[in-house]
Design a protein around this ligand. Sequence first.
Ligand code: VGL
Ligand code: ZN
Length: 199
Amino acid sequence: MTNALIIIDVQNDFCPGGALAVAEGDEIIARINAMMGDFDAIVLTQDWHSVGHSSFASSHAGKAPYELINMPYGPQVLWPDHCIKGSQGADFHGDLNSSAADMIIRKGYDPAIDSYSAFFENDHKTPTGLEGYLRNRSITTLTMVGLATDFCVQFSAVDAARLGFDVTVLEGACRAIDLDGSLASARAAMQDAGVKLEP
Ligand code: VGL
Ligand code: ZN
């Protein structure tokens, strides 16, 4: 068994003070740093959007953050502008031991489509390349932590389980946005997909 720790989007914009702050988002960092030594591979993901990205409410006249719209690939929550490539908000949080990463995968760089999952864009078809990287390294077992439980962690975990990886999400090392019950539905979707939820 070869295992990887997949650390989702521990970036300034998802931490307190950031553009799309997740409550207590920074409180998971010490635990994540401390567990890095238990894995054969460390993968960090980074939400990485262009200015004017289609997931931003500011790109749609008359729309406000957290409204839902229909995109060609399905429903899309509109977000405040966040994680603009190269910006300080898109940087990893300064307390995260990001130098331990073997691989950094960026997602959401196509202006026309959002990408919550580390494996596929939100059309559920266009791959990011992470699956190939993990298979080339004979990695079968994934532990996922990071931000946000109900968006990028959920989509990444469900895709990984569907691809046949053995997936555990450590909920205590994640924090949620929790929009209109999204945390409860994310937990149910992960369990239905065969993802193990542990504290
Ligand atoms: C995320 C909303 C928009 C996440 C990324 O990392 O969960 N959520 N972009
Ligand atoms: Zn985003």
